[in-house]
Structures are given as C-alpha cells and as structure tokens.
Design a protein around this ligand. Structure first.
Ligand code: NAD
Length: 283
C-alpha cells in the first residue's frame, strides 16, 4: 500500500478562495473583518508566525495588524491593552502569540481576552463549549486536522482514533473533536507504556509529539490514516514532522506531509475564526 497524501497547502488555497468571497460579502455590509495579533518580545520564530498570519489575512481581505510590545511589559499592562482591544468594536479577533515571557502568566492573559474575540479558541469558556459540543471558536490546529479528515470524507464515527500528545493546544482538543464525532479515542503521551501496541490499533493516528521521526510503519496498522502535526527544524535547516513519511506511507492509507500538511491548515482556520468573529459570535 502507498498512502494517499492529504495536502494541507492545496486544501487551504481552496478554502481561502471561498473565504475571500465571504469577506467581500461582509465588506458590502460595511463589516471589515479585523484581526489584531499581539506580539510580545523578539522571539524570531514567533515573529515569523505572526508575519505568516498577517500575510494570510491580507490574502483573503481580512484587515490585520501586529501590535508589537516590549519583552519588559508587565502582566497588568498587557491585560490593559487586551481590555482596550476587547472594547474596540473594529477589532473582531484577538490573538496573543505564544510563548510569552516567563514573568507573564499565560492563563491570565488568555482569560483576559473577550471569549467572543478569542479566535485561537484557547479561552476556558470556549474550551468548555467545545467539550460540550456547542458552536464556538475551535482551536486552529485541531480544527484544521478535522477539516483535512472531512475533505477526504474519512469515516470518523466508530473508528479508533489514537492521539499521541496531550498539550492543551493540540493533543487534548483534537481528541475531544474526534470524540465529538463519535470516534473511540485513546490518548498516549510521554508516560504511556507499550506505545506501539496501542498505535497499531489506530484507524486514525494523530501524532503531536515534537520529535522528528518518532513514528514509522512499525507503529501503524495497514490502512490507517496518519496525521503528522509535528514541526521540527533539523540541524541542516529542513523542516520535518514527527512521522517518518516514507516508511509510514507503506502502511497508511492516508498521510499528511510536513511541510504542506497541518501547518497551512492552522493559519487557514484562524482566518475562518476571524470571519466567524466578524459575523458576530454570541457569548
Ligand atoms: P508539547 O511539547 O506541548 O506536547 C508534546 C506531547 O508529546 C506531550 O503531551 C508529551 O507527553 C508527548 N510526548 C513527548 N515525548 C513522547 C514520546 N516519546 N512518546 C509519546 N509521547 C510523547 O507540544 P505541542 O505544542 O502539542 O506540539 C507538538 C508538535 O506539534 C510540535 O512539533 C509543534 O511544533 C507542532 N505543532 C504544529 C502545529 C501546526 O500548525 N502544524 C501547531 C502546534 C504545534
């Protein structure tokens, strides 16, 4: 078996074309979707991520700005700025780029964002809504993964989905979204015993570990769907996922590549959430 590739880059181009039309309709009603991205400090990776978000916003006609703040900003100063953005009716989406400097409590900042503008879907109010299966902003990476599965009409109901990783931004929520669609979900993590025995039972395997090539065909059941969330930069500068693509492709029915897989979908779902916010999210 040689796996069919789920190309996130191509899918995101298609989705963005539709979003562009949606934004044009909103502009006809004098609504200009606006995303404010807050960048604290000078982390080069964060800077490159926020630039990517701004560029993608512009592609679909969403207005966006990057609010650059000093590394030395205090938690209460940052919360004040977020409150100003909460009260600004021209701002529909607020995203605070993580990580934040260690003197700032991330959870306090996330909780300061108005849940109706929380386009990252990290506010506990929105996390709770997601858990209870209500309409809300879904966190972008898990939402992108679900959209990739839907794009190939992959059956989720009744299937065994194994998620490796339990972070709040990827592992936990993607498992929840799979459960919301009636998968039987197993979580694995760094303390899991007999990882291979569990992953070999997966019909859908989501890998969000953050280590290059930890999963190869030996961990994969014939015919499984393999979603590689990992983004790892090797010493030679190339990007690679958590899955050994060539090996895994021999057992999987579907697989996502890195790059051009989950990464572009994450930004695309941020745009989707910003448009949703501009249309008016109710608390
Ligand atoms: P994290 O470090 O918060 O979580 C990693 C998880 O992997 C942990 O839950 C840990 O228990 C588990 N783990 C670590 N070693 C393990 C092992 N040997 N066996 C089994 N489980 C193990 O990371 P994260 O924020 O969830 O991100 C994971 C990866 O996904 C990273 O490479 C990150 O860069 C990438 N990522 C990609 C996107 C995207 O848009 N494609 C978005 C977010 C994160």
């Amino acid at each position: 078996m040689v796996a069919e590739v789920i190309n996130g880059k191509e899918l995101s181009i298609k989705l963005k074309l539709n979003m562009k039309k949606e934004v044009e309709h909103l502009k006809e009603k004098n609504i200009v979707p606006h995303l404010t991205v807050v960048l604290v400090g000078n982390n080069p990776a964060s800077r490159s991520y926020v630039n990517g978000k701004k560029k993608a916003s512009e592609e679909v006609g969403i207005s966006s700005e990057i609010l650059e703040l000093s590394e030395a900003i205090t938690e209460s100063e940052l919360i004040q700025i977020i409150e100003q953005l909460n009260n600004d009716e021209n701002v529909h989406g607020i995203l605070v780029q993580l990580p934040l400097p260690i003197h700032i409590n991330v959870q306090h900042i996330i909780e300061a964002i108005d849940p109706t503008k929380d386009v990252d879907g990290f506010h506990p109010y929105n996390v709770g809504k997601m858990m209870t299966g209500q309409d809300t902003f879904l966190p972008c990476t898990p939402y992108g993964i679900m959209t990739m599965l839907h794009s190939k009409k992959i059956t989720i109901e009744g299937k065994h989905a194994v998620v490796i990783g339990r972070s709040n931004i990827v592992g936990k929520p993607v498992g929840q979204l799979l459960l919301n669609e009636n998968a039987t979900v197993t979580y694995c993590h760094s303390r899991t015993e007999n990882l291979k025995e569990i992953t070999k039972q997966a019909d859908i395997l989501v890998v969000a570990v953050g280590r290059p090539n930890v999963i190869d065909k030996e961990y994969i059941k014939e015919g499984a769907v393999v979603i590689d969330v990992g983004i790892n930069r090797l010493e030679n500068g190339t990007l690679t996922g958590d899955v050994d693509f060539d090996s895994a492709s021999l057992h999987a029915a579907y697989i996502t590549p890195v790059p051009r897989g989950v990464g572009p979908m994450t930004i695309t779902m941020l745009l989707h959430n910003t448009i949703k916010a501009a249309k008016g999210m109710k608390k």
